[in-house]
Design a protein around this ligand. Structure first.
Ligand SMILES: *Cc1c(COP(=O)(O)O)cnc(C)c1O
Length: 387
């Protein structure tokens, strides 16, 4: 065996010494926002299946129908022989949903971000990149892969963004702003109207990740950008969260999509998404625009939870959505609280550095349309009893 194995062991020991070692455990999704964990039926506040579509019969049926009709796999990458009529029809449907000229499917959101950012920068050598401090790991990966230096603005602080654009962007050949609409760990939203204005005034390309917004916010669940048609240069989102299945999209102008088809490594060199995934996405698109009541319920659950946390003196930052952080501060304490809740059959994962900044370790509470207000009361009572 290679001596590299010693390095792996040493690295794992270091991770363990930092209290950051993690391992996999199996769970099973159950009805009513429940999760089967180690033989116990638990209330689940850690899945991103916000609308519970992962268990919806229409998605399951269509995934199986399209597999029966088209096969288990696509057989090749999109540019070779992997493009079916179903891919093109779905891309047209995504574009209509997002109000853009065109859209492209990607295997996953991680793959999209990690490869789209370098593709953009290949067309704009020396471009200055401005990123919110809390953007997703996949976007950081994309910047690193492009060799781009990030000018990071304080989270959702658009004054700081403008300042950085003036200082670092004015002399650059191009400017790219990268941010999210609903932030995955804080559950707050970007001020998109102002971002659009800044981008237009300062000739910056605006890249918006809507992973946690797609299906939940905006008109018909179409995301925050759907309220600003034609104003966001590139919108990225996933089908893996509220849409309950798998995969991702990039939506924008026909020119942008044509450019990515010809330059984006993860689009070109990865096998096309399989029919089962396309079928499930197609079914999700049929349901999501009609789910306003579920979206309103999610909003009310969020308000109930934030009120409950505030009676306990627990900070939920600027959350206004279906993602509610319960800030604990210390990483060890967050893990202890999460374990104490697990003893009460509640799954609420502790999130700690490096995923969130030091001193802001938390429970990340993700609400599901299948939760009831009683479930929220139970959660708040369990937190009260466990602190
Ligand atoms: C989950 C997530 C992704 C990655 O999407 P996957 O389809 O799960 O790979 C990208 N960006 C953000 C903000 C996310 O939360």
């Amino acid at each position: 065996m290679s001596s590299l194995n010693d390095n792996f062991s040493e690295a794992l020991r270091a991770i363990e010494a930092r209290g950051q070692h993690r391992s996999l455990r199996s769970t099973e999704m159950k009805p009513q926002g429940r999760l089967q964990l180690e033989g116990r039926n638990c209330l689940d506040f850690s899945s991103n299946d916000y609308l519970n579509l992962s268990q919806h019969p229409l998605l399951i049926e269509r995934a199986s129908e399209w597999s029966k009709k088209l096969g288990a796999g696509a057989g090749a990458s999109r540019l070779v022989t992997g493009t079916r009529e179903a891919h093109l029809a779905l891309e047209a449907r995504i574009a209509a949903f997002k109000g853009t000229e065109a859209a492209l499917l990607f295997a996953t959101g991680w793959q999209a971000n990690a490869a789209v950012v370098p593709a953009l920068l290949a067309a704009a050598p020396g471009a200055a990149v401005f990123t919110d401090r809390l953007i997703h790991a996949s976007l950081h990966h994309g910047c690193a892969a492009a060799g781009a230096k990030q000018h990071r603005f304080r989270h959702n602080d658009l004054d700081h963004l403008e300042e950085l654009l003036a200082n670092k962007g004015a002399d650059s050949p191009a400017r790219i702003i990268i941010t999210e609409s609903v932030f995955s760990m804080d559950g707050d939203m970007a001020d998109l109207a102002r971002l659009v204005d800044i981008a237009q005034r300062l000739d910056a390309f605006l890249y918006l990740d809507e992973a946690h917004a797609t299906g939940v916010v905006g008109p018909g669940g179409a995301g925050l950008s759907a309220g600003f048609p034609g104003s966001v240069d590139l919108v990225m989102g996933t089908f893996s969260k509220a849409l309950g299945c798998f995969g991702a999209y990039v939506a924008g102008s026909r020119l942008l999509c044509d450019y990515l088809v010809n330059t984006c490594s993860s689009f070109i060199f990865s096998t096309a998404p399989p029919p089962a995934v396309l079928g499930a996405i197609d079914a999700a698109f049929e349901l999501v625009p009609l789910m306003d009541r579920k979206r309103a319920h999610l909003g009310e659950l969020g308000d109930t939870l934030r009120r409950g946390l505030s009676t306990l003196g627990v900070d939920s930052l600027n959350s206004t959505t279906h993602i509610v952080p319960a800030i604990v501060g210390d990483a060890g304490e967050a893990v202890r609280l999460s374990e104490a809740l697990a003893d009460r059959n509640i799954v609420a994962s502790a999130i700690r550095p490096p995923t969130v900044p030091p001193g802001t370790s938390r429970l990340r509470l993700a609400l599901r349309a299948t939760h009831s207000h009683d479930d929220i009361d139970m959660l708040v009572a369990a937190i009260r009893a466990s602190r």
